[in-house]
Write a protein that binds this ligand. Structure first.
Ligand code: NAD
Length: 715
């Protein structure tokens, strides 16, 4: 039997129910064959009243086959374009049938799934939050090239379509209805097919309903074409704003905007051809490969538990103790309670703990205001958090996460004092951002149950948790931390112990290289601007102001006490900068009254003039290319060293961790993938140039040379 079930009822309505052989319906070879057969059958019908496109899967239709898409490259671009054209021709045949065609959307219709819906005359969806509708391709380095950009632009107008396409928004049926993406919703699954059929019967003799708006004579696009006077501002501003946001590093978004603009002015067939040509160009660009690999394959691998010990059964956390209700502890309390976990939030005084709990209350109030949560649910979440200063309240915790000051003496002390409150095989997690877990675990009676659970600030927004295994950490403790991270809906990467683990250590090189440039005499504004130009979210000096120079000073002090200082220790450039700024001039960072920058009452900022006096040298000439590569290569080299030394256990953890934890530019696919795209030999050569000019910190790690020799990429 075909995987596109074909059933005609007594009213002459054919329901095509897609049930492809894979876990989801997707646009692959099987789809092309099935759709071809179905269209032939429909065209041969003599008394057809209408067609309903439905799905037997949980997801209506999943879209393009990414395994196929990721293989498209410049060499097979013509074949790729041809296949896309064939797929689009099939959709066009469905679109131009002489009977009403209705999409009965029972589950998510994203990307190619929604493009299929777009060729129908009417779209009715089951009104359930998880039934997401939209065109998310831009998040994967692509754009909706199966007619999505052209038809959505013609359907709702360029101004409304652009943000949906560029931001890859996924809408609930209610929002999709309001935005004009669909025309009808039903409140139960049972009503879906009857509603679709009822629409067909109502409209079977209505010629207007059978022809797509853009195929009608005199069609006028909502809001007018982009070259009309009313769109003059949009035409001028949108490209500038996009370029500002993407810094010109996202070619697929620029192409999507261009196709949308052209679609607003051209007839459908011409616009579809332009879309196809641009799509082939974009899909064969390395950015698409990098983003598909990172945001689909590697993210799925990481979230699928590739780094979790498989033999340990699921370890659910029921009661978590959080020590320290400061910036991090209060955020950890919030995300834990939101996941339904009982929380004991402990600080040195009840007042401090209550202050930490108030943070959750404020976030919950915001949710209520935005209509994301009702009062009862918010009260229930808040009710899960017990603010306290009493040790005894920790009794029965199966997980304790310590988030007190970054001080090894203090961390040792509270481990000794409070570890006993854990259940028999309870796990102790430290949220330290840099201190080696093995050394922290020396204070524990059960070092096998001790693990690093490193969150990022702000905890409620940042999607990553870096889990660090010390020398004695057991598989059970790792499974517990991993499962807890997933319970609170974070992506967990797993790394081995080292000073600064993977993320802090790699991120530190970005700041360190900025300090080198500064001391050489490069203008600070130039350093920050070029940091952003490579795609980092914030310039290195500005980000160090935000995370606080004072914190860096404290960290240096702690490492010195621990005897673990290396490249950030005495005699180093970063040590000199911290001393000059924090110790000699009291410039601890933004929250300490200013750092590299001065922060003014009107919200603006400017470089602290003393910084120019200290370092700036007008006569120094370092090319923009070198500055950009220095800021990027330092981080990439450090990530490679982490892989080489086993701190990183997998390439996927390195790429996902660098994007979600450090802000590695998304178009690179992460710091390890960067080397693949740059070309291993090219990378080695550029490292040689940089190390000769600027020092040993740019020496290429051996692992790259080994891979280059064996012809193997980092995959
Ligand atoms: P913070 O100064 O905001 O909060 C620390 C809290 O710990 C304070 O409320 C303090 O009263 C409390 N505290 C101190 N001693 C205590 C004790 N004996 N018992 C209970 N509470 C005690 O610090 P923070 O920024 O939240 O950082 C906490 C930890 O998280 C540090 O190890 C830090 O390195 C790490 N971290 C920080 C960030 C960040 O961006 N701030 C990111 C990741 C990890």
């Amino acid at each position: 039997m075909s995987a596109f079930h074909y059933e005609k009822d007594q009213d002459g309505i054919v329901t095509v129910t897609m049930d492809m052989s894979g876990p989801v319906n997707a646009m692959n070879d099987e789809y092309h064959r099935l759709m071809g057969e179905t269209l032939a059958k429909l065209e041969a019908e003599s008394d057809l009243t209408g067609v309903v496109i439905a799905s037997a899967k949980k997801v209506f239709f999943a879209g393009g086959d990414l395994t196929m898409l990721v293989q498209a490259d410049a060499e097979n671009v013509d074949t790729f374009r041809e296949n896309t054209e064939n797929m689009k021709a099939g959709l066009r045949t469905l679109e131009t049938m002489q009977v009403p065609v209705v999409a009965a959307i029972n589950g998510a219709a994203l990307g190619g799934g929604y493009e299929l819906c777009l060729v129908c005359n009417h779209r009715v969806a089951f009104n359930l939050k998880s039934v997401q509708i939209g065109l998310p391709e831009c998040g994967l380095g692509l754009f909706p090239g199966g007619g999505g950009v052209v038809r959505l632009t013609k359907k709702i107008g360029v101004e409304k379509a652009l943000p949906l396409i560029l931001e890859g928004k996924r809408l609930t049926p209610a929002k999709a209805l309001a935005a004009g993406l669909i025309e009808q919703t039903v409140d139960s699954l049972d009503e879906l097919l009857p509603a679709a059929k009822a629409w067909i019967l109502e409209n079977k003799d209505n010629e207007d309903a059978v022809v797509q708006p853009w195929d009608k004579k005199g069609f006028k696009i909502p809001g007018g074409p982009i070259n009309s006077p009313r769109n003059a501002q949009l035409a001028a501003m949108a490209p500038t704003m996009l370029n500002q946001k993407t810094r010109g590093l996202m070619p697929h978004m620029t192409a999507a905007m261009d196709v949308a603009f052209q679609s607003s002015m051209l007839d459908l067939e011409t616009a579809l051809r332009i879309e196809g040509r641009e799509f082939a160009r974009v899909a064969t660009n390395p950015v698409a490969k990098n983003m598909i690999n990172a945001f689909f394959f590697q993210l799925n691998k990481v979230n699928g538990g590739a780094s979790r010990p498989q033999e340990v059964e699921k370890q659910l956390t029921k009661k978590v103790g959080i020590l320290g209700a400061g910036m991090m502890g209060q955020g950890i309390a919030y995300v834990s309670a939101m996941a339904g976990i009982e929380v004991v939030l402990k600080d040195i005084s009840l007042e401090a703990a209550e202050k930490g709990k108030a943070y959750s209350e404020a976030l919950l109030q915001k949710r209520i205001k935005r209509g994301q949560m009702d009062e009862d649910k918010a009260a229930a979440v808040l009710g899960l958090i017990k603010a306290t200063a009493e040790n005894d309240d920790l009794a029965g915790c199966d997980l304790i996460i310590e988030a007190v000051f970054e001080n090894i003496g203090l961390k040792h002390e509270i481990t000794k004092e409070l570890e006993g409150y854990l259940t028999a095989d309870g796990v102790w997690g430290s949220n330290t951002s840099t201190l080696p877990i093995t050394q922290l675990a020396e204070a524990a009676a059960k070092p096998e149950n001790f693990i690093g659970v490193h969150f990022f600030s702000p905890v409620d927004k940042m999607p990553l948790v870096e889990i660090i295994c010390g020398e004695k950490t057991s598989d059970m403790a790792l499974a517990k931390a991993f499962d807890y991270a997933q319970q609170i809906r974070k992506t967990p990467i797993v790394v081995n112990d080292s000073l600064g683990f993977f993320t802090s250590r790699t991120f530190g090189t970005y700041l360190d290289e900025a300090a080198n440039l500064l001391v050489e005499g490069v203008h600070p504004i130039k350093i920050d601007n070029l940091g952003k130009a490579i795609g980092m979210p914030v310039g290195p000096l500005q980000i160090q102001d935000e995370t606080s120079l004072e914190l860096s000073r404290k960290a240096q002090e702690t490492w010195k006490e621990m005897g673990v200082l290396d490249k950030w220790g005495d005699g180093t450039v970063i040590r000199r900068v911290i001393k000059d700024l924090v110790e000699d001039n009291g410039r601890g960072g933004r929250h300490h009254g200013g750092g590299y920058y001065e922060y003014h009452d009107d919200g603006t900022k400017s470089i602290w003039p003393g910084l120019l006096d200290l370092y700036y040298d007008e006569s120094v000439q370092v090319s923009d290319e070198d500055i950009k590569d220095r800021l990027m290569f330092r981080q990439v080299i450090e990530a490679l060293k982490c892989l080489e030394s086993g701190v990183l256990r997998t390439v996927a953890d390195g790429n996902i961790g660098s994007i979600f934890g450090i802000g590695a530019p998304a178009h690179t696919g992460g710091f390890i993938q960067y080397v693949n795209t740059y070309g291993l030999d090219n990378f080695i050569q550029r490292c040689d140039e940089l190390s000769e000019k600027y020092g040993d910190r740019f020496v290429c790690p051996d692992i790259v040379k080994q891979r280059a020799a064996s012809g193997e990429l980092f995959a």
